[in-house]
Design a protein around this ligand. Structure first.
Ligand code: UD1
Ligand code: MG
Length: 480
């Protein structure tokens, strides 16, 4: 027992020592700006890239890079931004007025910072966890006080220019404040900084707003660090980390780039993407090797696609699980649905949330299902609506079948159809209703009462035939 206690103590001590060794890292993401040029009612950082609000991409990159404390500076559209980001376990700090990037950092409760701090922009959606990890490692391995991430651009436009002297960083000059000579510099400030928490606590409050825009520039941190001979390092990175979204055109470009990255990863992993420029796959989607994606396929959210499954042109799939060797024929629309192995769907099928299609089942053209458990090997080949229904195995649902699930009391009722049932064409099931195994339903029936197993049910008007009803030319109408 004593040995056991000592053993546990050693484990606890080791983990505490480990924790002490890894210094804390906090991210401050600036997201207070207005985004005027987006011309959109949505706050800029909430515009989606690869199906996620761009600020969520930045938060996720931070998390994957091991940053636990993520602080978001909010301003314009702050209430909405807070609602979207709070579920990601981040903390929001309102910036009362948008007085500049240094003022934004100041809003993130500097006095509570510890360890190292990475500052990022919420509108840089192309940044990835690997980039952040590399910046942090670089900063720490050189024992720097401040690091500035830079990159070289062919057309540096409005970016702050990086001034170096004999290779060392001297300052950042904002494009608006720069001379013609300075504007020729192609190395720019990406807007990403890393600093020790105490450096920020000390220097941010000293930054003033004596510049053309009358703003508190975070870039002044660099010149202040130079003056005080702090250890300041540039980290030269790639243009993608400087890619900020300011307009709808840039948003569209960001979406294209992120999609291209994802599709490339799928191609590398052995997925057959017939036309990569016209196939859209969001980041969290999983597609197994050997699957085939035709042009115009759009896979969204938490969708997964099994091996050897083919998804034909113009199919839209959201949050769905598609098993192996499934065929989804052209123009199908699938939401929150599970499709088991070797099933075939479409063309023109619509599968709505909470639907499960069994193995080797067939759902044909113009069939809509909502909240349906459709058994293995069952078939609904054409023009059918099933809602709030359960269908057993190997049952045939004839063309034009409808479950009348929505009643005049505005409630939904369930239809239960057993296994090996034969439902003739043009049948309506008025729910709630149950059909036993092996039952047969005659075509054109409106079924309002339960049908026991192995029974035949026919519920339609009896056929009436009056012979020689129509008189053709020449036939006399003489009475008998
Ligand atoms: C800033 C840098 C510039 C750099 C560029 C990279 C300054 C002074 N300039 O310029 O050197 O090349 O980023 O993209 O820092 N924000 C707030 N509150 C504010 C002001 C801004 O939260 O009061 C946020 C914005 O929402 C944005 C980020 O800070 O996410 C950057 O601000 P922005 O106005 O875009 O700065 P730039 O002029 O692009
Ligand atoms: Mg900007």
């Amino acid at each position: 027992m004593q040995n056991f206690v000592i053993h546990v103590l050693i484990i606890i001590m080791n983990s505490t020592v480990k924790k002490e060794k890894t210094k804390k890292i906090t991210a401050i993401i600036l997201a207070g700006g207005k985004g005027t040029r987006m011309n959109s009612p949505l706050p800029k950082v909430l515009h989606p890239v690869g199906g996620k609000p761009m600020i969520v991409r930045v938060i996720e990159a931070c998390r994957q890079a091991g940053v636990e404390d993520v602080r978001i500076v909010i301003g314009h559209g702050g209430t909405l931004v807070r609602t979207v980001v709070t579920p990601y376990g981040v903390e929001c700090f309102p910036q009362a007025q948008q007085l500049g990037t240094a003022d934004a950092v100041k809003s993130a409760q500097l006095d509570t910072l510890e360890g190292d701090v990475i500052i990022l922009n919420g509108d840089h959606p192309l940044i990835e966890a690997e980039d952040l990890k590399q910046f942090i490692e670089n900063f720490r391995s050189q024992s720097a006080n401040v690091a500035l991430v830079t990159c070289e651009l062919k057309k540096p436009k409005d970016f702050g220019r990086v001034i170096r002297h004999q290779g060392s960083l001297r300052a950042i000059v904002e494009a608006k404040d720069a001379s013609v000579e300075t504007l020729k510099i192609r190395e720019v400030n990406t807007g990403i900084y890393i600093a020790q928490a105490d450096v920020l606590q000390d220097y941010i409050p000293r930054i003033d707003n004596k510049n053309l825009k009358g703003e508190y520039y975070l870039t002044d941190l660099i010149s202040l660090a130079v003056e005080d001979q702090l250890k300041l390092i540039p980290i030269l990175s790639s243009p993608k980390v400087a890619f900020g979204v300011n307009t709808q055109l840039e948003l569209a470009r960001a979406n294209m780039i992120v999609n291209r990255r994802k599709v490339k990863r799928l191609l590398d992993a052995g997925v057959l993407v017939l036309d990569p420029t016209h196939t859209y796959v969001e980041d969290d989607v999983i597609v197994q090797s050997g699957a085939v994606l035709y042009p115009g396929v759009y896979l969204r959210g938490k969708t997964s696609v099994g091996p050897f499954t083919a998804i034909e042109p113009n199919c839209y799939v959201v949050d769905s699980e598609i098993g192996e060797s499934v065929v989804v024929r052209a123009n199908s629309y699938i939401e929150k649905t599970v499709i088991k192995a070797r099933a075939s769907i479409g063309p023109f099928a619509r599968l709505r949330p909470e639907t499960e299609i069994g193995e080797e089942a067939h759902v044909g053209n113009f069939v809509e299902m909502k909240k349906v458990k459709f058994g293995n090997k069952s078939k609904a080949g054409h023009l059918t609506y099933l809602g709030d229904a359960e269908v057993g195995t190997d049952t045939n649902i004839g063309c034009g079948t409808i479950t009348c699930n929505y009643a005049v009391d505005k409630k939904k009722y369930k239809t239960k159809i057993g296994s090996h049932v034969f439902v003739g064409s043009d049948t309506q099931f008025v729910a709630p209703i149950q059909i036993g195994d092996h039952a047969v339903i005659g075509s054109g029936s409106t079924i309002t009462k339960d049908v026991p197993e192995k029974a035949l049910a026919v519920a339609r008007g009896k056929q009436f035939v009056k012979e020689n009803y129509v008189k053709t030319q020449g036939e006399s109408e003489t009475k008998e």
